[in-house]
Design a protein around this ligand. Structure first.
Ligand code: 5AD
Ligand code: SF4
Length: 449
């Protein structure tokens, strides 16, 4: 049951979607803790029920609506409860949210997380919506899931116009956070015990072009260098870069900076130049493959991952075969594969005449997944017999006797060992599947002290 006013209030937050949303949720939690709320283990026990939503694909929408149904029931049982909906889905239905879902008390877009505090501390808790694009959630206090891993939000929004994507309309124009603020935040994260930092942005490698106040634009490669110099930060990752902005300085940084991990997520989307054009990706197949060649030249052992969409409107069998060819040629370590789904208000949602029938989309997805899996398996096998550095995250999900962690190449490793969460362990790899590695900790020398 929800508590009376003299007892501490509690919240329950469910997060959908990408790492940017996970980041924003950590900030929401940090803010709620500072307002005196505690976290309830179950939704039923919370005074404040929150959702941080995603709208990137249909499945994300429909999963969320089922959860919202439960919140509606809980609100009916106890009208004192507050229901809040934030994030991209909320932004995309902003005009209708209170009409369609009258039990929702507060709705806010991804740029408005800080307004949640304003709402909760205001006198009247009547329906309110906040949907302007302003402010960085990155400047709010964080409540980290794991104290040794942290997100650093370097920019918000996106200036690309990919014809399938809802993000430019839910997260607005790109704005970079000031360089000096980011370096200061990286230092303070390191002082808090963070060893692994993930730089976050919708298009990380266009970072800094809009900065004027600090004496001119800054580049993403410069930012990587500055974070690498921060004492205590042992690993840097970033997500996601755009192939069109993947410059040699960033690629070289992977070879030169000790803390920058040997993993690059480079979204392909399609291997057909014709479809890439219709997607408004602004690179073609050759340019993408040229970036991959440059990456492999500087960082031969790099792990490459990607995002691919099948069944974009107008995609022919020949276009799809080109996607398979690129997947064969690159040999990804892993990939996220998606079936195209039209998103509200996007250009591709209007291309209904050229829609690919659903069963055909499914067939293409299955064929693509086979190629991806085969390469992932082959790529993972190269680690067998090697001793790799693993940042321990906790117990293994499949076998609680074992530990689980991640390599610099972003491979999950389940292993027998004694290291504690947050420590770097050296693990000798004995076997590999397309998804995970397995092995044993080498206790003679512990990595990273
Ligand atoms: N349909 C299918 N997949 C999509 N993605 C983005 N929008 C859509 C859509 N409308 C995929 C892209 C992107 C990833 C995060 O989600 O591959 O890189
Ligand atoms: Fe993240 Fe895009 Fe989903 Fe928004 S719509 S939560 S930016 S994946």
């Amino acid at each position: 049951m929800p508590s009376s006013p003299d007892i501490q209030k509690s919240f329950h937050l469910t997060t959908f979607g990408c790492q940017m949303n996970e980041h924003d949720s950590e900030r929401m939690k940090g803010m709620l803790h500072s307002l005196g709320y505690s976290e309830a283990p179950e939704r039923e026990q919370a005074d404040l029920i929150l959702f941080n939503t995603c709208s990137i694909r249909e499945t994300a929408d429909s999963r969320f609506v089922a959860h919202l149904g439960q919140a509606k029931r809980l609100k009916r049982e106890d009208p004192e409860r507050v229901i809040g909906v934030g994030g991209c889905w909320a932004q995309s239905v902003k005009d209708e949210v209170f009409e369609r879902f009258p039990f929702v008390d507060v709705a806010f877009g991804p740029g408005q997380v800080h307004k949640l505090a304003e709402f909760l501390t205001s006198d009247s808790l009547s329906a309110q919506g906040y949907f302007e694009f302003e402010g960085f959630t990155g400047s709010l206090p964080a409540h980290r899931e794991r104290p040794f891993q942290g997100w650093l939000q370097i920019s918000v929004g996106c200036n690309c116009r990919c014809s399938y994507c809802i993000v430019p309309s839910t997260r607005g124009r790109e704005v970079s956070r000031p360089f000096a603020d980011l370096v200061a935040e990286a230092r303070s994260m390191a002082a808090d015990g963070v060893k692994e930092i993930t730089l976050l942005g919708q298009n990380v490698n266009s970072y800094g072009r809009d900065l004027r106040a600090e004496g001119g634009p800054r580049s993403f490669a410069e930012l990587l260098r500055a974070v690498d110099e921060v004492e205590g930060i042992e690993r840097i990752r970033y997500t996601s870069p755009h192939p069109k902005d993947m410059r040699e300085d960033v690629i070289r940084a992977h070879a030169e900076l000790p803390s920058l991990c040997e993993h690059i997520h480079l979204p392909l989307q399609s291997g057909s130049s014709r479809i890439l054009k219709a997607m408004r990706r602004t690179y073609d197949r050759e340019r993408y493959l040229d970036r991959v060649a440059l990456i492999r030249e500087h960082v031969p052992d790099v792990a490459l991952s990607t995002d691919i969409i099948v069944g974009f409107p107008g995609e022919t069998e020949a276009d799809f075969q080109e996607t398979l060819e690129v997947a064969e040629q690159v040999g990804y370590d892993s990939a996220f594969t998606f079936i195209f789904s039209p998103r509200r208000g996007t250009e591709a949602a209007e291309m209904t005449a050229e829609a690919v029938p659903h069963p055909e989309k499914v067939r293409r997805l299955e064929a693509l997944v086979q190629v991806i899996q085969r390469h992932a398996q082959e790529r993972a096998a190269r680690f067998v017999g090697r001793t790799v550095e693993v940042l321990v995250e906790g117990p293994s999900r499949t076998d609680p006797e074992k530990l689980r962690g991640r390599t610099r190449h972003n491979k999950v490793v389940n292993f027998a060992g004694l290291a504690a969460p947050g420590e770097m362990a050296l693990v000798e790899i004995a076997s590999a599947t397309s998804q995970t590695l397995a092995g044993e900790e080498t206790l003679l020398a512990r990595a990273g002290g």
